[in-house]
Design a binder for this molecule. Structure first.
Ligand code: ZN
Length: 95
């Protein structure tokens, strides 16, 4: 892994995630608070791209109880490389 400090907004190999909406109150929401059947991703305001992260990997790395708002500045859009203003989104995993 080259980019240890950033969180890339990649597309999960498994497609079919249904976009639910932005994560509201990310300052008070941790991985722990998000149901397991939800996908966690980011939205890039520059190129309007959505990407999904490996939430369980991130939870292991940064801690289950870490508010996602703290991690938002680490998000990086793989579409345009933008690192500013990306915000968290939630999705529904396919069954
Ligand atoms: Zn972008």
């Amino acid at each position: 892994m080259k980019h240890k400090r950033g969180i890339d907004l990649s597309r999960q190999s498994r497609d079919g995630i249904v976009y639910l909406g932005p994560l509201l109150d990310s300052a008070r929401t941790a991985f722990d608070d998000i149901p397991e059947w939800h996908a966690v991703g980011g939205h890039c305001p520059k190129c309007e791209r959505e990407g999904w992260v490996q939430r369980f990997e991130l939870a292991r790395k940064w801690g289950n109880g870490t508010p996602l708002g703290l991690l938002a500045p680490k998000l990086r859009c793989l579409g345009c490389g933008n690192k500013q203003g990306n915000h968290w989104i939630l999705g529904q995993l396919p069954r």
